[in-house]
Design a protein around this ligand. Sequence first.
Ligand code: ATP
Ligand code: MG
Length: 203
Amino acid sequence: MQTPQEKKDHYHKIRMERKKVQIDAAIARANTEKGLLLVITGNGKGKSTSAFGMVARALGHGKKVGVCQFIKSRTDTGEEAFFNAQPNCEWHVLGDGFTWETQNRAQDIATSERGWAVATKMLTDPSFDLVVLDELTYLLSYDYLDKDVVLNAISERPEMQHVVVTGRSAIAELREMADTVSEIKDEKHAYKSGIKAQKGIDY
Ligand code: ATP
Ligand code: MG
């Protein structure tokens, strides 16, 4: 006669055995390797920092990484100071400030095109294992860049190159092309209770 605890342990073991069979089969099926397109979008905090987490992972494996930061113009961020000091990481701040700061569409378009030229170099260079296009989504949703040109460059990139795109409101075509899409939901943000951007957390 089993005690209730023994019964519980017994059923747990059976459940875990079944789970292991399913998980092992799924791992065996997932056997292709290729460069991924990841889109990290949504209104919540954590899009760029997620991308920078992947930069750290890739560098830790000795891979070469390129980062293009669109929109933003600040060059005093902790991430830039840290990653720019890594020999395998090429970091470019290519923005001119937010649209509501510049208030000048023609200027935003010219800045976007200059930035895109830098990104294009990375997207045609197979020595880059990972390319991060931080805040690229805005350049597409505001039509600062030709959508077809951008999507083509991403899809024609070297076969093994991973690309991460971040920013709010990713356009449908980009989501469709992507292998992984994460929509980060805004449940709460300290900023809304009047707390200013914190060094080491927000920049
Ligand atoms: P992070 O760089 O912190 O991962 P993010 O890339 O998800 O943020 P962005 O839209 O690029 O978000 O935000 C840039 C700045 O705005 C960061 O300082 C971030 O903390 C802040 N922020 C992000 N989400 C929100 C939000 N929902 N409300 C207010 N501020 C936000
Ligand atoms: Mg961001």
